[in-house]
Structures are given as C-alpha cells and as structure tokens.
Design a protein around this ligand. Structure first.
Ligand code: NAD
Length: 500
C-alpha cells in the first residue's frame, strides 16, 4: 500500500474538545496512533500542549462559575442520563474504536463498553443526593454542613482501559458538580475524543467536559498537574508517575485520587472447587492481555493441588486463541504498544534467569495472522518464589506466576508480602477460612470464590503502593466534594473581648 493510499484511509480526530468547541491544537500537534495488532498507524489524533491545557482549564473554570455551577443536582442528573443513553447507543462503535486503539480483544471491549452506561446512570442517581448534616451543639447556634464540588478536576488516564478510566472519573466528578479536563494517554487518544461528541449531543454546557489528549512529562499532563486553577487531579497509572504528579501538584495543594498498579495474590486452597478457581485464575492472568491492575498475576496454590493446577494452566494456555482483536473468535489481542511488548518479553527472560520453570508460552508471536503485531503467548511460570522480580513487579503482560504454599499462615504472609495492595482473590469451601483470610489481606478489594467483580457501586482502590482514595461507590462521590461547615448564631450576640 502506498503512503498516499494509507493516509487516505487513516481515521482522523484532528481537534481537541475545549469549551464546547472542536478546536485545532495551539501548541500541541498530531499523534499517530498505532494499531498494535499490525504495528501500523491507524489514526491521527490531535494532542494538546500547555497552552491548550490553559484554555481548557479556563473553560472549565468559566463553566463552574457559570451555568453548571448554578445548575440544580436533578438537572445535572438529567444531562448525565441523556449522556448515558447516548453512550449505550454508541457502545458498539466505542468498543470497536478502543480495540483499534489499544488492541484489547473486541469480545472483551464489547462487554466493557457495553456496561458503562449503567455506571453513568448510577452516578446520575447520586447527583442530587450530596446532602450534609446538622450538628447538635446547644441552642445558641445552628451548625450544619453542606457538600460543595471540589472545583476544576484534571483527569489523567492510562492506555489500557481509556473508556473505563474515563467513566470512573467523569461519572462521580460530574455528579458532584465539578468540571473536568480529561487527558487520555498519548498512546490511546481516540475513544476519549469520541466521548466529546456524546457530551456535545447530550447538551452539557460548554466547558463542563474538556478533552485534551497529550503527553505526560513536560506536556499536557504536567501542565494540568501544575496549573494553579486546577483543584484536583484524579490519576490512573503507574506509581512512579503518581509520585511525579504529587511533587508537581504539591505547590498548589491539590487534592488527589491515585489508582495505581497491582501484583494481586489469587489464593487457591486445596478445599476449593478447583475447576471454578481455575476458570477465574486463568482468565484473570490473561484477560486484557495481562494489562490490568486488578489481575491475579501471583497465583498462590496449596501444595496438595499444586501439580494439578500447574498442569491445568499449561493445558488452558494452549486453548487461548491469540490473534487480531477485531476477530471475535480470538480471546486475546496484542500488547497495547511496542514498549509494553518489550517490557513483557524482558520480564519473561528475567523469570527464566531467576530459575522459575517456564511451563507455557514465553514467546512473541509473529508472521501469519500475527504479522508485525505485538502479540505474546499466554505464559505460565511454575515454582516461582515470591522474592523473584516476576512475583514482585507489575509486568502488565499475560504472565502467570504460580507459587506453592503449605498452610493458611504462609498464604497470608505471601499475599501481603508485596509493595502493592490493590486486589486479592481466594478460593475455599471453608466459610470460616474465607472470613479469617479475607480479613487479614492488605488490599482494597478482596474476592472470595469469585474474581474481578468490579462495578460502579463497589468502592475500588488500593492499600500501600496501589494508590490513594477510592473510585466507584459513594466513596468516589465524596472524593469530588468538599465539606463546608456553617455555624449560624441564633442570638446574633458576640462578647466584646476587650470590654474589661
Ligand atoms: P503511566 O503512569 O505511564 O501514564 C498514565 C497517564 O499519565 C498517561 O495519560 C500519561 O500521559 C500521564 N503522565 C505520564 N507522566 C506524567 C507526568 N509527569 N505528569 C502528568 N501526567 C503524566 O501509566 P500507563 O503505563 O499509561 O498505565 C499503566 C499503569 O496504570 C499500570 O501501572 C496499571 O496498573 C495502572 N492502572 C491502574 C488502574 C487502577 O484502577 N488501579 C487501572 C488501570 C491501570
């Protein structure tokens, strides 16, 4: 194909969404977005620089001080509902775009994008319920609290789940009455820009939602973080980036929500329904091509069933169809970008060198249907020790590390021996054990006899290095509200401190 023909076929998203208008970047430019299943450019998208961020923040501030700030909660709710319905009607298209942009298998993106409208409806239902409380004291005062929006929010999202991350931030922020500048990752700008059309059609006032893809350090992300008129940053991404954001945002005393990485333990006791546990454990090792913070990448298995589980992982890895993600026959697409592919392959090599036993996979797939795409085999390491780097660091690839244990105490110790604390799973048929173990796991979310049950209504977030604050649940609404305490004297009298 000639360059000219290819250029004609590229999808084009050449404007930023700022102040309710589609505008050309002022000091940004254009990102060539790579389809990771081919390694070739598939779309051209606008990205913003610092001046574009300044414009977006000014628009968000004006909306907050203007019609949006004065709009009653039930009217904000109505707009969110209209948006949710448009989202539902466009979910199939959004899923397809997300798959093109980050390579996630369409059979997964369809389910993911197909559910977000329910989340937006749920957030709409909370938009007029941010009530305060009265504080009893004595009859000289009437004291009460009101909940007010934090203000202008900078929402910075990663490349693995752009639509989901946007939903988890935009839903509660808008329900709380904040305005937002959404900055998706430079690798995956397309679906976030596509959301702009839906906000426009839903009739949101200009500037309530602004969408400016861009780079992080020295780019739109850093400007958003440093901007004195941004009140809060809500960020999903890597811990190292969160620390950089904290340092830059400290100067203006921003509020933060951080959703960071995970290295989650998935514990299978010998008394469990092992087939069900295997369904969950294999899926949670390979879904999203391993590129999710919540995956059970450390599978802790009690010794009596360890060999059986290893064998089952080997057999099931052979059944995973890895291929072009738009083909819904395929279970797993490519890694989302070339750097992630290199990172995954380097960790596989580290596992080998550390002496873990490679039971399945381990290689890049290329040629034939895989062409030049960034495909990796579903990979299984057995006899992994918890101090190996493949058990301690987030790989973000389809790599399961199977670690044996003897008893409950050892399982809990191994589970908690991690810098992360995002999620954990455990499988047992002993209800007492389910309570004992789940209550001692240091993670923000613990699943018993299930895995990755995550909904808009279930608070989600990390202990330890996995983050600050919670997304989803009413807790997330709190994260976009400030509490104002008002004290009104019932007498209007105030003593003269200098009278005598
Ligand atoms: P990343 O930290 O590299 O980038 C995330 C976002 O931050 C991007 O938009 C990027 O442009 C921006 N950014 C980068 N440097 C910045 C800076 N100095 N200032 C401001 N913005 C900056 O993360 P990633 O590689 O895109 O995403 C993968 C990570 O996200 C993994 O660690 C994964 O576990 C985590 N994640 C967590 C959750 C969760 O809910 N806990 C969900 C999805 C992904």
């Amino acid at each position: 194909m000639t360059a000219a023909v290819q250029a004609v076929q590229l999808a084009r998203y050449e404007h930023l969404f700022i102040g309710g208008e589609w505008v050309a970047p002022e000091d940004g430019g254009f990102i060539e977005s790579i389809d990771p299943s081919t390694g070739r450019v598939w779309a051209v998208a606008a990205y913003g620089g610092p001046r574009d961020i300044d414009k977006a923040v000014a628009a968000a501030r004006a909306a907050l001080e203007g019609p949006w700030g004065r709009m009653p909660g039930h009217e904000r709710a109505a707009l969110l509902r209209r948006f949710a319905d448009l989202y539902r009607d466009n979910a199939a298209e959004l899923a397809m775009l997300e798959t093109r942009d980050n390579g996630r298998a369409l059979r997964e993106t369809r389910v993911d994008a197909g559910g977000h409208h329910l989340g937006y409806h749920w957030w709409a239902s909370l938009a007029d319920k941010a009530s305060g409380r009265t504080i009893p004291f004595d009859d000289s005062v009437h004291a009460f609290t009101t909940r007010v929006p934090v203000g202008v929010v900078g929402a910075i999202t990663p490349w693995n789940v752009p639509l989901m991350a946007a939903a988890w931030k935009l839903g509660p922020a808008l329900a709380a009455g904040c305005t937002v500048v959404l900055k998706p990752a430079e690798q995956t700008p397309v679906t976030s820009l596509a959301l702009g059309r839906l906000f426009e059609q839903a009739g949101f006032p200009p500037g309530v939602v602004n969408i400016v893809p861009g780079y992080g350090r020295d780019g739109a992300g850093e400007r958003l973080t440093a901007h004195p008129d941004v009140d809060k940053i809500t960020f999903t991404g890597e811990g190292a980036t969160a620390k950089a954001i904290l340092r830059v945002g400290a100067d203006t005393m921003k509020r933060f929500t951080f959703e960071l990485g995970g290295k989650s333990p998935h514990i299978i006791f010998a008394d469990a329904d092992v087939e069900q546990a295997l369904n969950a454990a294999t899926n949670s090792a390979w879904t999203l091509c391993g590129q999710s913070c919540a995956l059970g990448s450390r599978v802790l298995v009690q010794r009596p069933i360890y060999d059986r589980v290893v064998e089952a992982f080997r057999a099931r890895a052979a059944k995973v169809r890895v291929g072009p993600p738009l083909d819904e026959a395929n279970h797993m697409g490519p890694q989302a970008h070339a750097e992630q592919l290199a990172k995954t392959l380097s960790y596989i090599e580290l596992g080998r060198q550390a002496g873990a036993e490679l039971v399945a996979g381990g290689k890049r797939l290329s040629g034939g249907i895989h062409g030049e795409g960034y495909f990796v085999e579903p990979t299984v390491f057995a006899n992994v020790a918890n101090d190996m780097r493949i058990a301690r660091e987030e790989i973000f690839g389809p790599v399961a590390a199977l670690i044996p244990f003897d008893d409950e105490e050892e399982a809990i110790g191994l589970a908690n021996d991690s810098a992360y604390g995002l999620t954990a799973g455990l499988w047992t048929s002993d209800v007492g054990r389910a309570h004992r173990v789940s209550s001692r796991i240091k993670a923000g979310m613990v699943w018993v006899n299930t895995y990755r049950f995550i909904r808009w209504s279930t608070p989600y977030g990390g202990f330890k290095g996995s983050g600050w604050g919670r997304e989803n649940g009413v807790e997330a609404l709190d994260a976009y509200l400030e509490t104002r305490t008002t004290v009104i004297s019932t007498t209007g009298r105030f003593p003269d401190a200098y009278a005598s």
